[in-house]
Design a protein around this ligand. Structure first.
Ligand code: ZN
Length: 245
């Protein structure tokens, strides 16, 4: 099976189209989506529609949750909260109820789990090897895909008593999976990368080849930013797209 793994689209339809244009040239059997379909960007309905059209196996992110339950946005920064309240006003009822029905984690098959922040908690940022250890303790499959930090990277489990080892991949690259070894993999963000690389990020997992490749693809940032400006969204939220932060 060849899986396309997308995370943190964040209503950035321009970036999503660029990613899907690359994926159209690949043989893909199944789409996985790690949450935060909405929040920040200017095209929430179109991004929800696209994820639904792809029949993606999907989990709910903290921004999807806050769009459905705005009291969850109390913890957000002021600009992020402004974005999510605008998003809620824009979302059609069918998309709101779709987001509300998404599970927080999902075992896709006997090899893959998907979640947003960590295996236990969609709000937890998996940044350090200690954070990764918490997910490894709960994992029931050899590979878990997570998002939320918007960094493309992977962690590999170590021997008992040792911390997992972190491998950042901010410019993309591949990971060859070893048998009897467990991995936590973040494909990076489609719609708002924060690893210092402004290019949209996603992964392809080829289970037969036991290989995961993280791809970075250019998109028209000016167009995405213009859409946000026209929607009246906070400038800080589109200025950061050029910086990849
Ligand atoms: Zn996010």
């Amino acid at each position: 099976m060849r899986y396309a793994v997308l995370s943190d689209i964040h209503s950035n339809l321009v970036a999503l189209h660029a990613v899907l244009a690359v994926l159209e040239t690949e043989e893909i059997h199944s789409y996985l989506c790690l949450g935060d379909i909405v929040g920040y960007g200017a095209r929430p309905n179109q991004c929800c529609d696209m994820v639904r059209e792809l029949n993606a196996v999907c989990v709910r992110g903290n921004h999807d949750e806050a769009a459905v339950n705005p009291e969850k946005a109390e913890w957000f920064t002021a600009p992020a909260r402004a974005c999510i309240l605008w998003t809620r006003q824009q979302l059609r009822e069918d998309n709101l109820s779709c987001l509300g029905e998404l599970p927080l984690r999902r075992i896709v098959d006997d090899t893959i789990t998907i979640c947003h922040g960590s295996v236990l908690d969609p709000d937890h940022y998996t940044v350090t090897p200690v954070d990764a250890l918490l997910s490894f303790r709960e994992m029931a499959t050899p590979v878990t895909f997570f998002g939320h930090t918007h960094y493309a990277e992977w962690f590999v489990e170590s021997a008992d008593g040792q911390l997992p080892v972190e491998h950042p991949l901010p410019t993309g690259g591949s990971l060859q999976l070893r048998p009897d070894t467990r991995y936590l993999v973040n494909p990076g963000a489609v719609g708002q990368p924060r690893d210092g690389n402004e290019l949209a990020s996603f992964a392809i997992y080829d289970s037969e080849a036991a290989e995961i490749v993280i791809h970075r693809v250019a998109y028209d940032i000016a167009k995405a930013a213009k859409q946000m400006e026209e929607a009246g969204l906070p400038e800080a939220m589109y200025a950061r797209l050029w910086l990849g932060v």
